[in-house]
Every structure is written in C-alpha cells, then in structure tokens.
Design a protein around this ligand. Sequence first.
Ligand code: BGC
Length: 473
Amino acid sequence: MLILLIIFGALVAVSLYGNLRVHPPSRKIPIQGQGFPEGFLWATGEDAYQHEGGNLNNDWARWEATTPSPIEDGETCGPAVDFYTRYENDFALALNDHQNAHRIGIEWSRVEPQMGIYDEVAWEHYETILLSLKEKCFVVFFNLWHFTLPLWAVDLGGWESPAVMERWEAFVRECSKRFCRYVDYWSTMIDAQIYALAGYGLGEIPPCRRDIKLAVRIYHTLIHAHARAYHIIKEFGTITENGATKVPQVGMIYFFFHYAPKSFFLDRIVTDQTDKIFNWAFLDALHTGIVNIDILFGPSAKEHSAAIKGTLDWIGVNYYTREILDFNPFMPGMIDRITYAQYPTTDMGWEIYPEGIYHLCQKIRRRYSGIPIMIAENGLADAADNRRPQFILDHLAWIRRLIDEGCPIMGYTYWSLTDNWEWAKGFGPKFGLYRVDRQTMARSETRSARLYRFIAQHNRLPEQDELPSLLKP
Ligand code: BGC
C-alpha cells in the first residue's frame, strides 16, 4: 500500500511540475483559391433564446433576474437582438450574402406557455418564418431545444420529471406535424452534454445544481429524450407530396473541444476521461445503442438499448477551440486548463486553433462512419473584427482538406449571422458577421461579412490578390 502511495505521489509530482511538453500552435495550410464541392451548404443562423428577445417565461430569464446577477456583464437577455420581429431583415442579409442554408430554433416556452396549453399565435409565427426561409430557397436546419425550459416544466422538476418527458414528446410531435414541409434537417437539441454537466454537475447554468450523480442521470435522460424525438419526427414528419415521400433527416448539434493532454500520463488519463464524457459518450450511445457514462471515481450509467441505437442521420459539429488539460488534484474533477499566453485567442480567451477542426472531424468520421457532418457552428468573439477573417479562412482551409480526404462534410455554418446573447457571458462577446447596435437594433456589416459573402458566392476561398479588397476596413 505504502509503495503504491509513493508511486502515486511521485507521478502526481512529475505531472504537476514535470517538463511542459510544448503544444505547437495550429499549423498553417494553403488557403488560396480552394474550391468546395457543388451544392456545399453555406450557412449562418440564429438561436431562439440568444437572438429572438422577449422570452421571459423560462428558467434562464428567471435566473438572470436574480441578485447578484449571475451574468458576466450584469445584463439580462431581455429583447436580445430582436430577431423575433427582425427575422425578414436578417434573412435578407443572409440571402444577399449568397448563403444557401440557414438554421433557426424554436422556443418551447413560447408555443406552450402553460403546461398543455398551446399558443396558436406563436406556432403561426414559427410557421411564417419557416415559410419565409423556404421561399428564399434556403436549406433549413431547425432545432427544437437548447438549454431553456418553460417555467411550468422547471416547476415540475425539469428533465428529472417523467411528466416533462411526456410533454417533450407532445411538443416534438406537434413540431413534426406542423413543420415537416419546411424543415430539411431536424436537430433535436444543442449541446446536451453541456446542459447536463454544467447545469447539474458544476452548477454554472440553470438549474444550477451541483450533484454529479444527478448530472449523469440527466445526461442519460437526454440521450433518451433525443431518441424519442428522433422516432417521433420520423413518424409524424414523414410526408408524401406529389407522389414523393420525404423522410426527415434527424440529428443533433453538439459542441466539441479538441482536447490535448498537457504532458504526463496523469494528464493523459484526465484528458481521455474528459474527452470520452464530453465529446463521445453521448453520441456513441446514439450510434451504438450502448450507454456507457463512467465518471472516474464517480457515478456511472450503463445500458444497452435498441431504441436509441442508430438515431443520428446527421451530426452538427460546433467547433471553437482546443483545450489543453492537466491533472490537478486541487481542482474540481482534478482537471485544470492550460493556456499559452503566446498563442492567439479570441476576446473570450479561447485559443484560436483551426487545425482542431480537422482532427475532430477525422475522429467523428472514424467513429460514426458514413454519417454526414454539418459544421453547425464555428466562430469567435472578436469585437474589433480583426482576427475573424483569418479565423474563417484557416478553418475553411482545414475543412477543404477534410473534404479532399473523403470526410462527408455537407456544409459550414458561421456562428452567428449577428451578435447575440452569449449566455452567462451576456452581450459582451461579439460573435456576429453583423454588429448589432443594441439601442437601435440596427445591423452593420463587418469585413468578415464581406469575406464570407465572397466565399459563399464563388464557392471557393479567395486568391491572394483578391484578399486586399475584401479585407480593407
Ligand atoms: C452554442 C452557442 C454559443 C456558442 C459559443 C455553442 O456551442 O450552441 O449557443 O453561442 O457555443 O459559446
């Protein structure tokens, strides 16, 4: 026992104080003139809560109003960027920018403000905006749930409650019946693992619980919530029009980090564990039917279920950054993050690491062979818009390489069309291709919007001599 303790202690010491293996910054690969396959999807989009405004009937609005404010800039989402009334204007920007695909989401608390009671005006609103997207010939991505729950659902116990799961199924059925004509790609939910781990494990976002056992349970519940939604949409969203049957394509949008261990083997252990739980266990379950959520020295959930197996027709990849992890017994989960001050970062301090999208998509392709990938979000907070153009170019160059190597990438979504509410960070981080003046709600173009317009219009990256005019202030 003593020997084991000594060995363990030595390993901890080596891991904490050992030589730092330098992680090189992202490699540069050629950008100039590279073309994309015909029909490649060029998208932007909006999220219901982050963009619409006026969503006061859910748990986020309630949380934001607590004192002291849990939001970094002390604001509340309130009117957000008023996408709810300005959608035509925003769709016109995307259309004018030669984009051919667009993502929106629905806010559950709007269409079902009280349990079991639907608001017809709200349903019609979503139908109108979907129709508008279709009239403009966008390929439509439609997301059903992202973090926010109606207050009545929270009061029932949120995802812990079987009654909420029942209402979720009814909501999904209603969406499928009403919107199947307009939607090309259904996403059941966005960043489900973040909701479970940050909402129930770390207590950082609603419902602000710190109970890792419960976090694992909710993670598991959401796997089933997705699978149930998948089957419902397949059933109720399948339509036959003019003799042709349209079977809905159902997937989910999911946040991935490109993880790297700092150096020694304990760093590797915590990194592999984080990678498995954060990046893979959720999607693996949907692909294989095998649930295996196993927290190191913590709770686990295991199951084999035919009902969840094969419930991903496509995968929406949200990629933003790399995280370098090291073992630190004094941190929650014994994990710490390393940042190298000399590497480029976004306004939010996230490392700019375009190469990560390449490694990540290669892993996805190996793991879920044959499932199409949509880059559902890629972007950065950059108020001055001075890093964004290169960020877009470099990520697209890596995506181009993935396509060359046979990776089934159907399109790219810059996140997001306009500035918006960056959750607990408030309105500070500016992700938009279009800046939003929050007094007047006016949208104004950035250089990056111009660059992205060029790329979408020509379906290729610019040549060296085309860049100066595109990038002039
Ligand atoms: C979320 C967005 C968020 C972005 C940047 C994404 O995974 O879906 O809501 O704005 O990350 O944090």
